[in-house]
Design a protein. Sequence first.
Length: 319
Amino acid sequence: MASTIPLFCLITLLHTPTTAQDTTSTRPPADSLFKNTAATQALPSDSLAQRLKRQKRNRALVVTGSTALAAGALYTYLQKTWWAEGSTSFHFDKGRDWRYSNNLDKMGHFMGGMMAADLYYDVFRWMDMPDLKAAWWGFGMGTAMHLAIEVKDGYAKDWGFSIADITAGSIGSLMPVLRLKSEFFRHTDFKFSYWRRSDKYFLATGKEPKFNIDDYINQTYWMTVNLKYLTGKKAEWMPDWLGLCLGWGIEAESWNTNPADPGTGGRPEFYLAPDIDLVRLFKPKKPFWKFTLQRLNYLKFPMPTLQFAQKVKVWPVFW
């Protein structure tokens, strides 16, 4: 059940590959900042080969070390916040997972897999791996991360190994491959927002009222599609940074606080809002800033929003 979004944050802090990317698409092929054509052309072929071999080895060590540190930090974090109730023999989820937060947590797993795979795609491109191969390796790393978490969940007393969770995470991990293969997915982003509109989760659990990965009442997940792509040649005037977002959250009132089955239910709430693609808006030239804005693009920024379920409401600003 544990959302995997924190792993992305940890790995990003530990290792930020500097990759140059085209601003006409969300995550197209990347070139390494460390390639210096003028310098390498002046070197003898044997010296160049040795330098490239040493560079690849050093980058592999950086990636391996960063991954190990991030995995250890994530394990410690989840051990304290999610698996603290103790362990039992390995078992599969017995069905509660399909009721938990009305399945909104699956979007958390999807996002976690996507963010990890995106990051590892950039990392493997930084290591000079071809685009598609790097995307498949990103898929493998995102899926492996989810598998490790689900195995640990399989020993948790209150949870169990969830086929649905690992499936959602694996589909999210496939996004780098889909972007390379599909024009639609190259113009589609998935985003996350957190806005504490209800304290019901904290009152029910007794936890400190601050962001918690399990507080799905106050989380919203969004799919945004670039409007210029949607309209095509019919709206050449349309700014290339503007998107249309469909959001999904759950209702606090119908979220279950019964100790016999806590955290289940919550009728779905749906939203429609404009969205901004930060990479296309600012069109940064420096690889570091492109990489940074791509990660900030995972967050849905506040915008006027139309809610159309469970009630119809216009929010002047909604996170």
